[in-house]
Structure formats: C-alpha cells, structure tokens
Design a protein around this ligand. Structure first.
Ligand code: 2PG
Ligand code: MG
Length: 428
C-alpha cells in the first residue's frame, strides 16, 4: 500500500476537563488513515514541551487556534509526501520545523497529536493494531496497571498535598484479572468513604475526592480498602505519585492540609516512614524537580526495594534519564509522549531507560481524551507498566478497555508483565 502522507488536518476538540485540545487526522495516499489527540497535564514539569495556548479571554485562555494554525500552515505542507512508515523522519522534521528546545513554536500539543496520527496511519496501512505494528516479531507483554484510587494535589483543587494514591495489582496473572482486582479496591475504597460520610464525587482522573485531614489518612484508608476487597499486600500494593514540585521548592516542603513544613531530609524521613508502615512499592516524584540532592538521597535510601519514578524530574527526556542514572537518582521513568512532543523522542527515552534496567511506565495526563494510543505504546514497546488514572470516567476506561481488547487479540500468546516489571529485586 502507498503510505505517503496525503493530508494532515487538525481540529479543535474538547478534553476530559472540558478544555479545548488538538486532534489531528492523517490520511495516506493508499487510503489508510490515523488519528491522534493531545492530552494536557495540570501538574507539569517546568522542562516539559510547551502546550501552546492562545491566552486571552476566550475559553479562559486555553484556546488552541495557534496550534491549529501551526498544523495547517507549517506542519501539513512539510509532511505531505513523506512516508508515514518512517516515523523517525517525520518526527525529526517536526523537531526541525519547530526549531526550539521545547516545541515552543509549533506547540507540543500540535506535534504530539500529529506524531500519534502518523504512527496510527502507518499501523492502519499495515492492517495491524498499533501494538502489533510496534512489536514486530518481538514478544511483548500487557503492562501492569497502576490505578488511582484517591486523587489529590493539582487534580483536586489542592484539597490535600499528595497527588495520587494508586494501587498496583502485582499478584494478577493477566491484564483482565488485574483490572478486576483494581475495580474491587476502587469499590471498597468508595464504600469506606461513604461509611465515613466522606464520599463526595471524584477528582480529575476519576479517583475518589480526597476528603481527608492529613496526607497519611488516605494511606490508612487505602490499606484498609485493599484488605476489605479481600487482597493480601503481595497481591495488591500501593503506589504514590507525590508530585512534590507542587508543594516543594528550594529544599522546603509545605504541606498545606497539615500546616506543616519540612526540609528535604525531614520530608524524606516522612515518606520512608510511610513506606515502612504501608505496602508501598512505588513512589513518583518524592521530591521537587529542583531537588537533585533529595532525589539522590531518596533513591539511596529506598531504591533497592521500591520503584522510584521521575516524572516532573525527568520530563520524558533521554538526556535527563542518562544524567539521573549517573547521579544515582531514580530507577524508573514515567513516559508521557506529550511531555516531550513526539513519539520518536518518547521511544528514545524508553530505550535509554531499558538499557539501564529501569522501570518504564507509559502514562496518560490528568486532562485526557478517548485516544488509546498510549496503551498500544506500553504493550508494543513492552514497557511493562501503564498509568492512566482511576477506574471511572470514560477517558480512563477507554484505555483500560483497550488493554482488554489487546489481550484478547494476543489470544493464547498473551503475556502479562506483573510485578516483575518493577525494577526491584524484592518488594519492600
Ligand atoms: C502525573 C500526571 C498524571 P498531570 O503527575 O503523573 O497523574 O498528572 O497530567 O497533571 O501532570
Ligand atoms: Mg506525576
């Protein structure tokens, strides 16, 4: 089939927070086509690709007309005629057209939606689901899901300081079973909140709204919810995304809900105490993005038995992952395609992490759409882990459900990553 790009068309759609975002359709000369939709973060690392917004009064400044103009006036004319199977060349062209270190000219939202649409069109031309197109002949596994139960931080109006309280069904034997286990815990946590008279809807990613008076209380409740759902801690474990850049700066950590303040060493102490007390196997952004010494100290303290993920700290950058490895910071990287702006750059970061033996977690953003590309990336690249938010709201469920379809497509060959996807030899 002729896989030359015939058209690149952007349009404004709306994301899960009801804000405008960018969708791109790419059509190939042979008739195949693909679509990509840009997600949007709320707790963003300062070194992320720029999410280009119009500013001004309309749509509270979130308009994407500038990004759409970049697609029709700059990106489309350059990509038309290129081979959609050559993702590297397409993405290098996007990087060159942009010409800035952080996609500030075209917008990371314009480039990632285009990049995703191109790879989807190439898979469609091969008449393959994207995961299979990416996997080629290599054996791949369904990823271990990381499922949010309580949402806090920037996803819940800073109601509590810590952002994500999640579970990992490390004892599951299949993706399907992992989702059943996550749903049991999500439901049990909701019942416990209701019994306490504290159930009041959900946060941005579908996790229960955090009606708590401290940052530790949700850990106690989540531990109880796992037990109430009938699971042991070697079946369902806890994972935290502390997103500490939201409340830490210059080595000071201010917990608003508790009106307490810590220096880096004291704060690391608090988190390591939680790790000892609760079944926590993974911690993301334990310290702020400006706290390199803190990240090294934390990794030193717990990195043998706990996954230490860099998100804001690494911003899906291959260079940052390499530098962090040399400095003894983190042992896992969150892979958010829109954080870097193209599929190829995301893949290079993933390959860097793989060479280091790090954990690799493909992740959605807090502002999402029905796009399921990331589930295919996690599976086809065999990253072993996937984080897409909670177990409610269709922009989340679209992704979990896509994983079930992929597991079915693999049939008897289906393999599930399970807890071996964590970069630790034994669990805490
Ligand atoms: C994160 C993500 C997803 P956001 O911090 O990992 O939970 O949030 O998209 O707001 O950066
Ligand atoms: Mg994060």
């Amino acid at each position: 089939m002729n896989t030359r790009i015939m058209s690149v068309r952007g349009r404004r759609i709306w994301d899960s927070r009801g804000r405008p975002t960018v969708e791109v359709d790419v059509h190939l000369e042979g008739g195949a086509w693909g679509r990509g939709m840009a997600p949007a973060g709320a707790s963003r690392g300062s070194n992320e690709a720029i999410d280009l917004r119009d500013g001004g009064r309309e749509q509270a400044g979130f308009g994407v007309q500038g990004a759409l103009r970049a697609i029709s006036e700059v990106i489309a004319p350059a990509l038309i005629g290129m081979d959609a199977r050559d993702q590297d060349a397409v993405d290098m062209e996007l990087i060159a057209l942009d010409g800035t270190p952080n996609k500030a000219r075209l917008g990371g939202n314009a480039t990632i939606a285009t990049s995703m649409a191109v790879i989807q069109s190439a898979a469609a031309a091969e008449k393959m689901p994207l995961w299979q197109y990416l996997a080629g002949d290599r054996p791949v596994r369904l990823p271990l899901p990381e499922v949010q139960i309580f949402g806090g931080g920037a996803h819940a109006g800073q109601r509590i300081d810590i952002q994500d309280f999640l579970v990992m069904p490390i004892g599951a034997e299949s993706f399907d079973e992992a989702l059943c286990m996550a749903s049991d815990v999500y439901r049990a946590a909701g019942e416990l909140m209701a019994a306490l008279g504290r159930r009041s809807g959900v946060a941005d990613e579908g996790g229960w709204w955090p009606e708590f008076t401290s940052n530790e209380e949700p850990l106690e409740l989540l531990t109880r919810a796992i037990e109430r759902a009938g699971y042991r801690h070697d079946q369902v474990a806890i994972s935290l995304d502390i997103a500490a850049s939201e409340f830490g700066r210059n080595g000071r950590y201010r917990l608003a809900v508790e009106r307490r303040e810590f220096d880096t060493a004291e704060w690391i102490d608090v988190v390591t105490r939680w790790i000892r007390r609760y079944p926590i196997v993974s911690v993301e952004d334990p310290v702020a993005e400006d706290d390199s010494a803190g990240m090294r100290a934390f990794t030193d303290a717990v990195g043998d038995s706990v996954q230490v993920i860099g998100d804001d700290f690494l911003v899906t950058s291959a260079e940052r992952v390499s530098a962090a490895a040399v400095a003894g910071q983190c042992n896992a990287v969150l892979l958010k395609p829109n954080q870097v702006g193209t599929i190829t750059e995301t893949r290079r970061t993933m390959e860097t992490a793989r060479r280091l033996g790090w954990g690799m977690i493909v992740s959605a953003r807090s502002g999402e759409t029905e796009d399921t590309t990331i589930v295919h990336l996690a599976t086809g690249w065999n990253t072993g882990q996937l984080k897409v938010g909670s177990f409610a709201r269709s922009e989340r469920m679209a992704k979990w459900n896509e994983g079930l379809r992929i597991e079915e497509q693999m049939g008897k060959d289906a393999r599930f990553a399970g807890w071996s996807a964590l970069p630790v030899r034994s669990l805490a």
